[in-house]
Design a protein around this ligand. Structure first.
Ligand code: GLA
Length: 386
């Protein structure tokens, strides 16, 4: 049975009837454009075929009750009196808070959620959960589904309610993902362009099986360093610094700030170039840009880790691998490789063996398809609005 069927069956068991609504929202992998989102820059992620699902029906008492199959417990919220709690229920509470704060009148609901996005791996299980919750509220409350606006509110939930200072990439791609495409997102205007994966390639996600507690503080430190660099250049964000301006004027910056800024300025360029390579179907060029992105994240932005470097190094040496890099915030989690589709299986076997030998750890591998963004799966949207 698929996860979708499991979630629907669990709902039917608990409530004695099939769910009125079924929604899903995907996790993501970022092909290139790392740490650029909070610099108002460009990112090029794709939504992946791993999702959070919610099966639900409306309630008329302003309450939300959500059973998590993963945590085997139920969370209860009162929409008129949202309070902070702990753990996973903070996400639905935060999304309810952000939607209401923006002036949306929310109805209550009850349901079941399940998720096959690996947790804490840097594949945006939190954004998938937030978007699935938002999609559920939209279904029962009859809200218009404006994907970028909802993504912004979910980011706000994470920043202000959950307390994680993330950028907009993860929520955006979970909202606007397109089957078979990556999406070039301008994180300032939220303009999006779907770009096809080069023909004959596959995207392989390589989970180093390492998780670092350090991520939050280091992430905030990088943000502060980028803001400091933008101030030094006299611009609102590093997005506004061209490579030429950087080369001309960066000598005045302190060495660390300069390296952080260099990563962002050139990563933005690489991301735009990667989108152009994808439009042209140039897999070699895309792969080379991914390799360059990793080197910059490792040496200038310093957010890689020993295991990520070993993994990327192992991947890049294998025939059929066009490019590889760490993906997401860094310090652990996943790398992403672009490989020739015919070689995907043999690549996966080799990289698993080589990484195990080098790092002394097992990895998990996901060969991912690019998937669509958050959606109401049942009933279909057209039929839900008479
Ligand atoms: C995390 C954040 C994103 C982005 C990436 C790094 O995934 O949630 O907003 O900043 O790190 O690119």
């Amino acid at each position: 049975m698929s996860l979708r069927d499991d979630v629907a069956a669990c709902f039917t068991d608990r409530y004695g009837e099939p769910p009125r609504f079924l929604v899903r929202a995907p996790g993501r992998v970022n092909l290139i454009g790392e740490h650029t989102d909070y610099n108002d820059g460009f990112v090029l992620p794709m939504a992946i075929d791993r999702d959070t699902w919610i099966a639900l029906r409306p309630r008329d008492d302003g309450a939300v009750r959500l059973y998590s199959m993963l945590h085997e417990e139920e969370a209860a919220l009162a929409l008129a009196d949202l309070r902070h709690g702990e753990g996973w229920p903070e996400y639905p509470a935060g999304v309810a808070w952000a939607l209401q704060e923006a002036g949306n009148a929310l109805a209550g609901w009850e349901g079941v959620t399940g998720c096959d996005v690996p947790l804490g791996a840097g594949l945006s299980s939190s954004a998938a959960f937030e978007l699935a919750v938002a999609r559920s509220f939209a279904a029962v409350s009859d809200l218009a589904w404006d994907a970028p606006a909802i993504a912004r509110l979910c980011q706000r939930a994470e920043n202000r309610w959950v307390g994680v200072n993330c950028g907009i990439m993860d929520q955006m791609i979970s909202a606007v993902g397109r089957a078979g495409r990556a999406v070039l997102i301008d994180c300032r205007s939220l303009e999006c362009e779907a770009v096809p994966l080069p023909p004959g390639t596959a995207v392989v996600v390589l989970d180093t099986a390492t998780r670092r507690g350090l991520v939050d503080s280091a992430y905030n430190e990088r943000r502060a360093q980028c803001e400091e660099a933008a101030r030094a250049f006299g611009v609102p964000a590093l997005r506004d610094v061209s490579p030429a301006a950087f080369t001309e004027r960066s000598a005045a910056l302190a060495p660390t700030t300069r390296r952080r800024a260099r990563h962002i300025v050139f990563e933005n360029e690489r991301t735009l170039e990667a989108a152009a390579a994808m439009r042209a179907g140039d897999a070699q060029r895309l792969g080379a840009l991914m390799d360059a992105s990793h080197a910059s994240l490792r040496d200038d932005f310093e957010v890689s880790s020993r295991e990520l470097d070993l993994m990327v190094d192992a991947a890049q040496r294998i025939e059929g691998c066009l490019g590889a890099r760490m993906t997401g915030a860094g310090f652990g989690g996943c790398a992403v490789a672009l490989v020739e589709a015919d070689a995907a299986e043999s690549f996966s076997r080799r990289v698993a063996a080589d990484y195990a030998a080098a790092a002394g750890r097992e990895l998990s591998i996901h060969i991912c398809r690019a998937a669509g963004g958050a959606e109401l799966v049942r009933p279909e949207p057209a039929r839900s609005r008479p």
